[in-house]
Ligand binder design. Structure first.
Ligand code: CA
Length: 226
């Protein structure tokens, strides 16, 4: 059974979401502010976190950044709950590292679709482990570990899948649409800017090896050795 942690200060909403998730066979946990949400994430290691952007005290973005920086919690997918007009680009973009977002008010059906898509993405789907070496980058496909010049780089599940998609098709250009389909899944209802923001973040995390990922203007991306 998958556990979902809901960090949301509107208690009625948090409890309604928890109720609906449990009806669908998930185990739901609630936290009503950022600090206790972080604590629950660290101690319970849920399979997914629904995180409200506007929280009292520590804001959702801050909570997300801390989760994504910690080795223990970086791989837990985060779906941000935002109000219309809030800074969605920053949420799914470089600064925060959320895996997806849902705009309030949302329907239960919409939320469940997003949850399913994000959980599907985070499934380990390569039981046969292998090590890929591309320039300074080492990718351990079984352990989901990435290193640059021997230093470990902590990636989110989505970033890892994106890197693997590029690395396994070395030298071949992949369109944003194809990457969106392969990394985010068929049912993903997002646009190709999502790919761009994740590529930007991935390049930054790869540091000196970031330029192994090339932009092919007007088309997409490819990974290539120097
Ligand atoms: Ca709120």
């Amino acid at each position: 059974m998958k556990t979902i942690l809901i960090i949301e200060d509107e208690r009625d909403l948090a409890e309604l979401v928890a109720f609906n998730l449990e009806k669908e066979g998930y185990r739901a946990m609630t936290a009503f502010d950022g600090a206790s949400g972080l604590e629950a994430a660290r101690s319970q290691l849920p399979d997914l976190i629904l995180l409200d952007l506007m929280l009292p005290g520590m804001m959702g973005m801050e909570v997300c950044k801390i989760l994504k920086k910690s080795e223990k919690t970086a791989a837990i997918p985060v779906i941000m709950l935002t109000a219309r007009g809030e800074e969605i680009d920053r949420v799914v973009g470089f600064e925060v590292g959320a895996d997806d977002y849902v705009v309030k008010p949302f329907s239960t059906r919409e939320l469940l679709l997003r949850i399913k898509a994000v959980l599907r993405r985070s499934l380990p789907d390569r039981p046969e482990g292998k090590i890929l070496q591309i320039g300074q980058v080492t990718i351990d496909t079984e352990r989901h570990q990435v290193g640059v010049d021997g230093e470990e780089v902590i990636l989110t599940t989505t970033e890892f899948k994106l890197l693997l998609n590029l690395a396994e098709r070395l030298g071949r250009v992949q369109s944003r649409d194809l990457l969106l389909k392969n990394v985010w899944g068929y049912n993903y209802v997002g646009d190709t800017r999502t790919v761009d923001t994740h590529i930007t973040r991935l390049r930054t995390k790869l540091g000196p090896a970031g330029d192994l990922i090339r932009t092919v203007r007007g088309f997409g991306y490819k990974m290539e050795e120097h």
